[in-house]
Write a new protein. Sequence first.
Length: 349
Amino acid sequence: MSEHGEPGRRRRHRVAVLVRHGLLPIELGIVHRMFGRARAQQPGGDGGGHGGGPAGEYLYEVVTCALRPGPVRTDADFTIEVRHGTEALAEADTVVIPAAHEPDPPMTSGELGPELAAALARIRPGARIASICTGAFVLAAAGLLDGRRATTHWAEAGRFRSLYPRVRLDPDVLYTDEDGVLTSAGVASGIDLCLHMIRADHGSAVAAAVARRTVVPPHREGGQAQFIRHPVPQPRAAGTGRARAWALERLERPLTLRELAAREAMSVRTFTRRFRDETGLSPLQWLLQQRLERARHLLEESDLPVDRVAERSGFGTAASLRQHLHAALGVSPSAYRATFRGTRADRRG
């Protein structure tokens, strides 16, 4: 039970982290850090007033549980003492399953095993369930990912495909979210996943505040492609960071590849190649991603009409914004705004 909060406060969202022998301590720490630092924001201040409670109130309660209470081995030179058993899963609103680096039936045989299957059966209907790194093998072995898009660490993509062919594996993304079942890529992408869930629950202002306190970006660029090692003939002194920073200050303007390349004194061809090496995306894909993020932020945090949101995010027209948002998220701007602003307005009420 988290020590945060005060008597008499309404029930917080409960997050249970199910750990197994061979746990990576960093993955457990990520969940506790990200959810454990999420607070309701000051209305009208830095944060837009979202969060579903009085300003400063902690929004989540995080507990660690194991198949059996007691010591759990990690992949480091220490164990952790876990007080809670699988009964914590029955009370959770969100269940997170990190990776485990000891022999693991879901990764070797594709089967859960009776003890783990019994534990997952305790998760209540309607609870959100997520995995970090190769924790996705557990969700797949349980059949929770059949027919769904999912991801895991890129180095385990081949094994995952062979064991779970019914899952639509996408090894190029940092996380996936389909119908309350979420997966993330290797280790640190757990940060991206937790921020995504916080953002979905309480808006971009709350997630951004958690990111600032943790000194991480609220939304990372690109996918796993940027972390896969490729041979590089020689070190490159020049990068594309200045061009990206320059573009972020001018997203509302039409921006061309030639302009971006000129910021780094590169040819368009060289700039495009180095940009993809650094971000995993082409410059135009990256610009679209950033414009979508700005549009989502404005739809959540402002009352601007859709056509003004389109102008400020660089889409130009409401029709263009509708087209791109629907292609990316499957919803219209008005539907997106109603979902994210309306849900949190209800919570605040």
